[in-house]
Design a protein around this ligand. Structure first.
Ligand code: SAH
Length: 343
C-alpha cells in the first residue's frame, strides 16, 4: 500500500492520519515483518491490524555465499510457495541487490535460465520490496542500489514495478535514490515509451545482445515483434527526452555475436544514442548450449567499440561458484511441484 492507501485504510478503522505514517515507516523504513514489532502502537490496534492485514514477507529458502567475493545468492519463497532469486553484491560504493520481478519469465531468450519453464506469475510490489527488506534484515545492512535484473521482465509487469519504484524511493520509507536503480528490459518497445513519459531518473538497461535482426532473431524471440531498428528508435527518443544515458547489455556468445564485424555494425547502429555498452561473457547454462566468448575475443570486441568513441565495460563476474546468474538457483533447487505444495 502507498501511504495514501494506508491512510485511507486507517480512516476506515477510525484511526488518526499519523497512524498510517507510523505503520508505513515500520514497514518500509524498519522492514518490520510482524505487527508485534510496532511498539509505539497500542496492543489493541496491533491485534486489529493483524486481523485485517497481512505483511507479505520473503522467507529465506536457501542462501549461497560465494567463496571468492562474498556475493550472496538468495532463493526466497513467497506466500504461495513460489520461489524467486535475488543476488546481493558488495561494491566500493555500497550494497546492490539484484531483484526478481516475476516468477519465471515468458520472453524466451535462448541463453537465459529464467525462461526455461516460462512464467508462473508476476510479483506484487510488496514481493519485490520484500526481497530487499529480507536481505537487509538478514545482514543488518542498508542496501543503497537496486538492479531489476533478476528473474522476469520488469516491463512485462509494468504497473507493479512502477508502484515498487514509488515505494522504495519514498522519503518515509527506504528513500533509495532513483539514480541508484537500474531497470533492465529485453526490449518491450511500447513500454519503453511509457517509461520515457514517467521521466524517472533511473538507469534504463537494454538487453541488446546483437547488432542486427538476423542474429537477434536467433537469440531473442521478442525481436520478432519489435526489431532492432524499432528498439533503437525508442532508445534514441528515450535518451533525447530524459537525457539519461542508456546502458546496452551485450552477452558475448562464442561464434554467435562476437565477431569484429558485429562490433563494427554495433558501433554504426548505436551512433547518436547517449549510451554505455556493457559486455557480459555469457554465463553458460547447461540447457542453452551457449558458450562464452574467449577473453581475447571480448577484449578485441571492446577495443573496436572504444576506438569508435564508445564507453565500454566488461562486466566483472561475481558469484560464479554459486550459480549467481539469472534463474540458475531456482532451477537447481530441486524442489518438486509436490514439495512446493506441502510447503
Ligand atoms: N528481462 C530483463 C531483465 C532480466 S535479465 C532483460 O532481459 O533485460 C538481466 C540481464 O541478464 C539481461 O541483460 C539478460 O539478457 C542477461 N542474461 C540472462 N541470461 C544470461 C546468461 N546466461 N549470461 C549472461 N547474461 C544473461
Amino acid at each position: 500500500m502507498s501511504l495514501q492507501e494506508l491512510t485511507e485504510a486507517m480512516a476506515e478503522l477510525n484511526q488518526p492520519k499519523f497512524r498510517a505514517k507510523q505503520i508505513f515507516s515500520w514497514l518500509h523504513k524498519f522492514c518490520a515483518v510482524s505487527f508485534d514489532e510496532m511498539t509505539n502502537i497500542s496492543k489493541d490496534l496491533r491485534e486489529k491490524l493483524d486481523d485485517n492485514f497481512v505483511i507479505f514477507t520473503a522467507a529465506i529458502e536457501k542462501k549461497l555465499i560465494s567463496e571468492y567475493d562474498n556475493t550472496q545468492k538468495y532463493l526466497f519463497s513467497l506466500h504461495d510457495g513460489e520461489c524467486v532469486e535475488s543476488v546481493l553484491m558488495k561494491y566500493k560504493y555500497g550494497y546492490t541487490l539484484c531483484v526478481s520481478t516475476q516468477v519465471g519469465c515468458r520472453m524466451g531468450c535462448k541463453f537465459c535460465a529464467s525462461t526455461l519453464e516460462g512464467v508462473v506469475r508476476s510479483l506484487e510490489p510488496s514481493e519485490i520490496l520484500s526481497q530487499i527488506y529480507a536481505a537487509q534484515r538478514d545482514n543488518s545492512i542498508k542496501i543503497s542500489h537496486t538492479v531489476l535484473m533478476g528473474m522476469g521482465e520488469p516491463l512485462d509487469n509494468y504497473d507493479n514495478v512502477m508502484k515498487f519504484l514509488k515505494l522504495i524511493t519514498s522519503e518515509e520509507g527506504q528513500n533509495m535514490s532513483m539514480r541508484h536503480i537500474s531497470l533492465s528490459t529485453c526490449g518491450i518497445v511500447p513500454k519503453i515509451y511509457d517509461l520515457m513519459n514517467e521521466e524517472l531518473q533511473l538507469t534504463l538497461s537494454v538487453s541488446l545482445h546483437a547488432p542486427n535482426d538476423e542474429i537477434r532473431n536467433t537469440m531473442m524471440p521478442v525481436n520478432k515483434k519489435w526489431n532492432v531498428e524499432t528498439l533503437l528508435e525508442a532508445c534514441r527518443r528515450y535518451t533525447d527526452k530524459t537525457h539519461r544515458r542508456i546502458s546496452f547489455e551485450y552477452a558475448m556468445v562464442d561464434s554467435v555475436n562476437d565477431s569484429d564485424e558485429c562490433a563494427r555494425e554495433l558501433a554504426e547502429r548505436l551512433r547518436g544514442i547517449l549510451c554505455h555498452i556493457n559486455l557480459i561473457p555469457v554465463n553458460e547454462v547447461k540447457e542453452t548450449g551457449c558458450k562464452k566468448s574467449s577473453q581475447n575475443r571480448i577484449e578485441r570486441f571492446s577495443s573496436i567499440l572504444e576506438k569508435k568513441g564508445y564507453t565500454v565495460t566488461v562486466r566483472r563476474k561475481l558469484g560464479s561458484d554459486i550459480n549467481a546468474s539469472c534463474g540458475q538457483l531456482r532451477r537447481s533447487s530441486g524442489r518438486t511441484e509436490k514439495e512446493k505444495a506441502v510447503n
